[in-house]
Design a binder for this molecule. Sequence first.
Ligand code: GLA
Length: 521
Amino acid sequence: MKRLSGLIVAGALAGLVALTWAQNSVSGYWDFHAPRVANNDGTYRETFFELKQDGDKITGRIEPGGSRELPIVDGTLKNGALHFAIVAPRANATPNRTVYEGTQTPDGRFTFASIGMDGNATRGELVRVSQAAALPPPRIPPPALHDVPDNGLARTPPMGWNSWNKFNARITDADVRGIADAMISTGMAKAGYTYVNIDDAWEGQSRDAAGNITTNRKFPDMKALADYVHSKGLKLGIYSSPGPFTCAGYEGSYGHEEQDAKQYAAWGIDYLKYDWCGARNEYKEDEEQAIYQKMGDALLEAGRPIVYSLCQYGHVNVWQWGGKVGGNLWRTTGDINDRWASLDLIGFGRQQTATQLELAPYAKPGHFNDPDMLEIGNGGMTDDEYRLHMSVWALLSAPLVAGNDLRSMSETTKSILLNAEVIAVDQDKAVNPVTAIPQAGASETLLVWAKKLSDGSIAVGLINRGETPSPVSVNWKTLGLTGTKIQVRDLWAHKAVKTSGEGYTETVPRHGIVMLKVSGK
Ligand code: GLA
């Protein structure tokens, strides 16, 4: 008996020790909640870890939700102080090492921070979660392919404004209202700019109990915002991703495509930009068509005309299938930024498998190549570069989506974005492809591009990608014009110019363009 009770006592003690160990062990799944302080929207970014504790040694991995699955290195837990690192390899660069450190609180959580290579810390807390919460959602198989009927929208390239280039994730309801006001007061609306598009970072932390997408505190009432924008005669656009997360780590439409499309329609949304990067972990590139088709179908069924903007940076020759999934426009390049090198690469270089010029024949009424939004007026380029930006986009029949703060535009910025003669080249209903016209004296840096317009005239760009001002010539014969009564209008000088008879030559500024409209036979 004594021996038995001794055993019971020993067993109970062992159980207690095991229990205490289990409580103290950090082995299991954890969620790092990092409030998005800079965005000031009340949401937090989640990063999931699986931790394994062996004495004071910590191993495990970061879960791929939104990021890559990578092992934990240099992990320790000593006297409640947790420390580990994640090393992410980078192509042609030193690996990106992020250090994580935290201190355990009496209730078992950690006050926690990630510290990047620049030394900047993102602070929050590390909380224990279930395995199901930490792992990526189960894969939803892509649907079989079919052709989504044309929605009849965007017969000419969409024109409007988008928040990302200037406001990034800090865009608010008040900003959008201010931009809508400015669209009217500056004359942008009259010039044809119609869509006011909210990019990433409007989404709430999580869906509601019925699975409906929610907004964060920067967008208290999306329906009221849409009503406001509509009251100005403008249209409202929104943004999502086919993945569980958007590019900036907000809630995506994965598994909720129809529900989200209906919600957009109920709010009064007129345009959706649907951005791939959050779907990278779920799907392979060759599944993109099927995944974009899913939202194309959902938008058509939502009961409201919604322009469908595909954003997958020109993967897998999207220009060949973007229209079949119901897309009105598809990005053909990586992200633009407000620098000449970016503009020059997008406009004239090869990204993914093609140049913009090679893709020009794929643009058709209702379906456009999208070399990304405008940076005009954001301050990182010269006025000549911005005039070239506007003109090249017009020659390419590209969407004209301004990306600057319309509430505080300089007169020069206005003169560029509001150049009705260049806008008319962009909006020409024939959507003829621009071509490079071989010329004596033309080169990689000095180019002549031409696009036939529906009135029989030809829009011609004399382009100088070089570092010094240079004369660029166009010979009328190279445009198929043989007559003598050729009229030429300079679309930036806003006046007719005299020609020599054979053609026209003008000195084009460094990183600049001369835009002409040539009429005659
Ligand atoms: C991607 C897109 C950008 C912008 C951001 C938002 O990078 O290409 O245009 O939408 O995501 O997170």
